[in-house]
Ligand binder design. Structure first.
Ligand code: AMP
Length: 399
């Protein structure tokens, strides 16, 4: 990574304004149901504390529509962080204004200040300059550790980075970028990419960016059926994006003209309706009766994916293989998660690009046995598309 990190700046005595991504799932009573993003930010916060710096943390949580909403308060997160860090975490009820300024000025070494949700101000998502300036005034150094929000040019991710110098990356940001850029830029081969999810429209840019780089491309999930439709196959009531059939054809042509392997499902689990209790059957993809729809990949496809992964040295996975939210159509996705964990043990570098696939990995208990599970679904996807992440681009580069 060509960006300066917290290792490159003097933090001693400094008020260090850190953009973290504490947008964590919570139950109605304020209980955090998945703390991965908080846990992953601890090395950065600890580094600041250990260097004698004074961390001032800011984040968004949910979509509060630009105004205060107790449902999206970061207070429970601040309390939870205090328990994890075992240091006092004070909480400012607003991210700007007199109280925030006063509390930021008074943070003592060994303590942390957490600001209230930056999205309680409509100016955050508008990346409004005056709002960014107010945030910037709270710190002497800016650290962006919010990889999950790096694809957004918001005030706390991009505006502040331009106003408050030095502006550097935290350890989580560095880890995410290092894994993803190595996989995409300089992968150990064979390089296998597995894509799934509902629609090809959301993954076209990833496919086009990765096609010249991968050795094997696996396409599963609902998006595979637009490819089958493009090949003139009968797909029953399976998901299809008619307006993307042309793009699917182009991708199939591109695959033919390059020396890479494309694996599409050979069999699938079909159902007579989109319901966990629907009637189910496993059929070859060429035998989907009308009135039935494919909701998961079948066991023969899993075998093919297993074979493709056997010698792989780099594997990137993004998107479920079926409607994994319904237990009767989750097997294919869970099998891919298991195969990835197995491949990691055999020496492959495995990367899960956040979102649904990360949820499946967590559900299967495979988090610990994957090289890197990204904390940012949208950000990881945009990185894989080859796009510049504004929150990263605004940070200081190495000389
Ligand atoms: P995406 O946001 O495009 O990655 O899509 C994720 C969604 O795709 C999940 O909610 C899955 O339930 C859904 N999905 C995966 N496979 C299928 C399928 N065969 N038919 C319908 N939906 C699917």
């Amino acid at each position: 990574m060509n960006t300066l990190t917290i290792d490159d700046v003097d933090l001693k005595g400094k008020r260090v304004l850190v953009r973290v991504d504490f947008n964590v799932p919570m139950t109605g009573d304020g209980t955090i149901s998945d703390d991965k993003r908080i846990v992953e930010s601890l090395p950065t916060i600890r580094k600041i504390l250990d260097s004698g710096g004074r961390p001032i943390l800011m984040s968004h949580l949910g979509r509060p529509k630009g105004q205060p909403d107790p449902e999206f308060s970061l207070k429970p997160v601040a309390e939870y962080l205090g328990i994890l860090l075992n240091v006092p975490v004070n909480f400012a009820g607003d991210c700007i204004g007199k109280t925030a300024r006063q509390m930021a000025a008074e943070v003592r070494p060994g303590e942390v200040l957490m600001l209230e949700n930056v999205r309680f101000h409509v100016e955050e998502e508008q990346n409004e300059m005056e709002f960014a300036r107010e945030l910037a005034s709270l710190g002497d150094v800016y650290v962006n550790d919010a990889f999950g929000s790096a694809h957004r040019a918001h005030a706390s991710t991009e505006g502040v980075a331009r106003l408050l110098k030095p502006s550097v990356a935290g350890y989580l940001m560095k880890k995410e970028i290092d894994y993803l850029s190595k996989a995409v830029g300089n992968p150990k081969r064979p390089f296998v990419t597995i894509l799934g999810g509902a629609k090809i429209s959301g993954k076209i840019d990833v496919i086009q960016n990765l096609l010249p780089k991968v050795d094997v491309l696996v396409i599963g999930g609902g998006m595979a059926f637009t490819f089958f439709e493009a090949q003139g196959m009968e797909i029953g009531d399976s998901l299809v994006e008619r307006e993307k059939i042309g793009v699917a054809k182009e991708i199939l042509d591109m695959v033919k003209s390059r020396r890479l392997r494309l694996i599409l499902p050979v069999d699938c689990v079909i159902a007579d309706k989109l319901d966990n209790d629907a009637q189910r059957r496993i059929v070859p993809v060429s035998k989907i009766p009308s009135g039935w729809r494919a909701l998961d990949i079948g066991p023969e496809t899993v075998k093919l994916i297993n074979l493709a992964m056997r010698n792989a040295k780099t594997i990137v996975w993004n998107g479920p293989m079926g409607v994994f939210e319904m237990s009767n159509f989750a097997a294919g996705t869970m099998e891919v998660a298991r195969l990835l964990s197995q491949a990691t043990k055999s020496g492959a570098v495995t990367i899960v690009g956040g979102g649904d696939s990360a949820a499946a990995v967590a559900q299967g208990g495979f988090d610990g046995s994957i090289s890197h599970v990204s904390t940012g679904g949208g950000a990881a996807l945009e990185f894989l598309e080859g796009k510049t992440l504004p929150g990263l681009a605004a940070l200081d580069s190495k000389p």
